[in-house]
Design a protein around this ligand. Sequence first.
Ligand code: FES
Ligand SMILES: [Fe+2]
Length: 365
Amino acid sequence: MATIPAPAGPPATLLYNEWYPALRSERLQGHQLVSTLLLGIPMVLGRRADGRLFAMRDNCPHRGIPLSCGWFDGKTLTCKYHGWSFEPVSGQCVEIPSLTSHDNLDPTKIYGTAFPCEERDGHAWVYVPEPGSGRMRVGDPALPPVPEVPKFSERFRSAHLTADLPCNVDHGIIGLMDPAHGPFVHQSWWWRKQASIHEKEKRFEPIPQGFRMASHAPSANSAPYKLLGVYGEPIATTIDFVLPNRRYETIRCGDKWFSSLTTVTPTTPTACRIDVVGAWNVLYSVPFLTSILRFFGNMFVRQDQVTMIQQAQGLRYDPALMLIDDADKPAKWYFALKQARLESVRTGEPMKHPIDGPVTLRWRS
Ligand code: FES
Ligand SMILES: [Fe+2]
């Protein structure tokens, strides 16, 4: 992974009451404690002996030392400073070793901050409530479902990609939905050149908390599709953006499918991380396809990452920026959606969707 310079540019307003991927769940093995940052909050994650993941604020409620400096035995997390022990899924304190029979403090009335944490598609997802809104538990009916990459068959393969970006989450997200950078950032002799730029026309429509680009290509009779084992079936592609940070892409053709979920997660108000989970059942039996897809996927993500590291050098000086029509329209919608969401949080009114109906956008890329 590339080394990331100090984050630059102004902070982004963060959206709470959402699930965010904290880290790859394969890192949570045995009695390992892994610390990370999510929305600027230090977190410690681990896996209980019964398999349940947990995420606690990485500060002991006694004197603030990171709990990740302590010990975890598969059941309780013990602070290294004065040995207070916590059940890490609930955050409940179970023991304060310094108490004597003369003390009337009940340790179980004390809680560290625990966040709902669930494993999905190889990530540990953490639900981050609005600060000061009280405790939330896994199983609470108010919790939205954990985001998931769409899957359309029992058998499938999957792969993951990740990259840290030294810019705030808004720049990460508008970079994710930016249709015009492809021929410049992702040019290569075998993929596309600047000269291959041509006019595109795509139809968008509002969906809850976001928007969808849907397209139905005519039947798949071209050679590459035949190679994929697809004959004469129409191809349907949809790309959805959903607040706070999710891009779902699905490509379906008969019973063959490829899908991905890409998220841009604020680690702090001025830095973010992009995570991609891809899943597919095309060419299921080709042994090296996963490595090949991972190779090209990685190359794409690195190209974006390098560009955003360079952009961050410019953003450090807080320059004035522009959004143009139609190529930056998705970015404008993102800001409008986020504004509408923050407004609804502020007023308690239902969110007013900023897109009133289907829209056709045109750009050259
Ligand atoms: S700081 Fe953790 S037990 Fe005292
Ligand atoms: Fe890109």
